[in-house]
Design a protein around this ligand. Structure first.
Ligand code: UDP
Length: 241
């Protein structure tokens, strides 16, 4: 397991994308249930207002720093992380390994047609994987048993923050030997209906700016980032007194 770095109550695993993906692949081979949540600063801001939600987040085996805000936060607190480890990037690395080793994936979340497009694209790009099922994220019926019956090695849960973490938390006991990744809007990116920021934005740590320019309606949500960093600065100040 990874050394943990605490940022505003969230215990972030200090690993690179490669290290985390390699660890998860090993868990697949060992057939051990493993929960991965991928919070950004906005999610930590939301969850830290509710102790039970923060406990749920920290019950994950691996908590990755999805956004650059978390990486800056850790740096300000004097406990730097190795870097950003976005859920989408970890999923892609795991797909690469799965492509070589024939891992069984299940796709859960988003609209039905988006799931089907994502499945098509992933099978084209990673022909060595199996996709043992898909489930849209808008059904009211409980789907845990049905998904567990397909016995996936890796389950991508893309229901958006809070919903996906709670779903994994309440359903993981139905599975044996599955790696769960709560990875928000990644299904939309696999399907090609949402584009990831160009590499240059990611390299310059400006993916948030690209998303804001593409979707100005995210502005209010994104105010969580400066709020988060402000809280980190207050925390640092408190610990110095
Ligand atoms: N979604 C879903 N069921 C719901 C609500 C949302 O499957 O009841 C999907 C939605 O279609 C989208 C993803 O969850 O694909 C949420 O994406 P977003 O970018 O909002 O994720 P976040 O930023 O919260 O990680």
């Amino acid at each position: 397991m990874f050394e943990k770095v605490t940022v505003l109550g969230a215990q972030i695993s200090n690993g690179t994308i490669e290290e985390i993906a390699d660890f998860l692949a090993e868990r697949v081979r060992q057939k051990k249930n493993t929960v991965v949540y991928t919070p950004n600063s906005e999610i930590i801001e939301q969850f830290r207002k509710d102790t039970s939600l923060m406990e749920l987040l920290n019950s994950a085996d691996v908590l990755t720093a999805d956004g650059i805000g978390v990486v800056y936060g850790a740096k300000i607190l004097g406990t730097p992380l190795k870097g950003r480890a976005a859920g989408y990037d970890i999923a892609c690395k795991l797909l690469e390994i799965g492509n070589r080793e024939g891992f069984r994936f299940f796709l859960y979340g988003s609209k039905e047609e988006v799931c089907q497009l994502a499945k098509e694209n992933l099978l084209k790009q990673y022909p060595g994987i199996q996709i043992v099922g898909t489930q849209n994220g808008y059904t009211k019926e409980p789907v845990g048993e049905k998904i567990a019956q397909t016995n996936p090695d890796v389950l991508f849960v893309c229901l958006g923050a809070k919903k996906q973490e709670e779903w994994i938390y309440h359903n993981k006991h139905l599975f044996s030997g599955t790696v769960f990744l709560g990875i928000g809007g990644s299904m939309d990116v696999f399907a090609g209906v949402v584009k990831r920021a160009p590499k240059i934005f990611i390299k310059l740590n400006l993916e948030w700016l690209y998303r804001l320019l593409k979707q100005p309606s995210r502005f209010v949500r994104m105010l969580a980032l400066p709020r988060f960093l402000w809280q980190v600065i207050l925390e640092k100040f408190k610990s110095k007194r």
